[in-house]
Design a binder for this molecule. Sequence first.
Ligand SMILES: *Cc1c(COP(=O)(O)O)cnc(C)c1O
Ligand SMILES: [Zn+2]
Length: 415
Amino acid sequence: MSNITGLVCVNCGARYAENDAMFCGNCGVDKGILDVKFDLDRARRTLTRAALAGRAANHWRYRELLPIAEDGPALPAEIGWTPLIEAPRLAEALGVGRMRLKDDTRSASASFKDRASSVGVSRALAEGRRDIACASTGNAASSLAHCAAAAGLRATIFVSMRIPEGKLAQLLAYGARVFKVRGTYDEAWRLCMSACEKYGWYNRNCAVNPYLMEGKKTGGLEVAEQCADDPPDWVSASVGDGCSIAGIAKGLREMHDVGVVGWRTRVLGVQAEGVAPIARAFASGRFEAGAAGDTYADSIHCPVPRNWKKAIEAVRESGGQYVTVSDDEIREAMRLTGRLAGVFAEPAAAAAVAGVAAARRAGILDAHSSVVAMITGNGLKDIPGAMSALGEPHTIAPSLDEVRRIVENGPNHTE
Ligand SMILES: *Cc1c(COP(=O)(O)O)cnc(C)c1O
Ligand SMILES: [Zn+2]
């Protein structure tokens, strides 16, 4: 038995039992996204700091707040509990009091999405399914392919033509069946929906599968536990579809509500300037999808976000804010995060750091603010994207004279 009490439609408030619906029948698949509710009073009895201290170092340690049965499958085992890295030089460069990085670059498939995919795979296993599928611009796909391979499910993945080669190589390495769809991401998404219906595959899609956000929630649960005695003022995260930030905010809130921590923290949502429908709706109160701009941060290139409502409400409820950042600001953040903290972030992950600089300039943060930035994906996933930010090496003949020429005259590193 799981600790779920029901699912509630974010649009009309209708309530469903755990296995009765994936989306709200009144509101349809586009609007009727469900939110999973847990018995927090029951969770509070067993989910204590003392109990947590004795549990395994992975995200299944929060079983009372996860959509899996106490004796149900929880695979792959090694997901979550990524380190929180103290980054004093980065804090100084950004002009804030303290920076800590939640380093999901070192998750199993090198992104935050492993948190959601592992929950999807575990639910598919609990239902006795053999097949699982998704449509993705990259990390949801590579993490699903990883989790399915580790747990023994077949994965079918629909990707758009934009997918970076590193992520595509991951899919093929993990043995997924990959459809590269000549069309928009939205077309790939709809095709995946139809195929899931036709073949009865389990659908790992955050927009239609409410349980996946509960996996992303573990990012917030972990930050709360890791900062239990030393709370940050803000947690910063980049936003594409909106599912990640909604999950992170929910996790932070639930750790407070079950009494593991005694504090709340504000959540800072960061979108790319060119593709920022959620940040704009937060500011204007009116949501409009499909704006024409662009960003090179492929993982947050999401002109038609489906979880915008959860993403806006979660940030507002935390007392937080949204900011937008340019691609150049993202490149600068990627350089700073690598050089000053030793963490190689992909563009969408560096955006969470760029957002700290933007929020500082906007006066949302001050010189004393303590911030945790969610580093959601590894820079190795997209080498051309990284190289556009990082410059070139010194190409030299094998001669000490040439080394001397650079060391004694040149800048300390490539610019
Ligand atoms: C998916 C992703 C995000 C954003 O998550 P959403 O749920 O789409 O808002 C941020 N960073 C990385 C690296 C991602 O893969
Ligand atoms: Zn509804």
